[in-house]
Design a protein around this ligand. Sequence first.
Ligand SMILES: Cc1cc2nc3c(=O)[nH]c(=O)nc-3n(C[C@H](O)[C@H](O)[C@H](O)COP(=O)(O)O)c2cc1C
Length: 229
Amino acid sequence: MNILVINGSPKGENSTTLKLTKAFLAGIDSDESHLIDIITVTTAHIEPCRGCFCCMAKGVCAFKDDMQAFLKKYLAADVVIWSFPLYFYSMPSKIKTFLDRLLPIYLPYIVTTVDGRVEHPTRYDIERQKHILISTCGFYNIQGNYDALLKQVEILFGKRFISILCPEGYLFDVHIMQKRTGRYLSYIQKAGEEYFTQGYFSEFTQTKLNELLCPSDLFIEMTNSGWMK
Ligand SMILES: Cc1cc2nc3c(=O)[nH]c(=O)nc-3n(C[C@H](O)[C@H](O)[C@H](O)COP(=O)(O)O)c2cc1C
């Protein structure tokens, strides 16, 4: 199985989100022959789409940059792991740039699907592809914080998508939280194990992943006391 990780944190290797993603990948059985590729889009040369639609007509973008190689990896992937922090209730800008540059995958025609969605058909058969969103954020809430992003990903990937969302992300850098964050990482590893053997997370693991690292009132107190000196 080809697994492509798209790391969209501007913090690159120091990304908290990437730490979670690596724990998820650690759940993969080492006996299985998976090919894992991690691309960091923030340091890559990816020109913003200029909207010329030349790619839709020809299947090839007018720009010659890192997206050429990334597109090949993307199309070859059976599982795409989107690993990025939440920025303004959405995705960091370089991830959006990457997403816009996926336009060569699509044909120019417009179709209405059986469930009433309007979309461009794909030029390649990527229906087999599964998508996983792994994301951390700075607030303590998922509802009202991730709503817009989750809706967008649902429209893009429908039922072929699953997510791990971890609020209170900065706690992974807090020494006294190590025991708790370590436990959370072990549940993510379990989620990886379950995903790559059965294709979904068990109810138990999902419940553990939904638990906050720290109660919200204490979290706010800790965070604000650090900033309000
Ligand atoms: C520009 C910017 C916008 C952000 N917007 C949000 C937000 O809308 N909601 C939130 O909970 N956290 C927000 N955060 C906090 C990050 O999501 C959080 O620090 C995350 O854990 C960083 O992950 P990383 O280490 O993988 O980059 C924002 C941070 C930055 C720098």
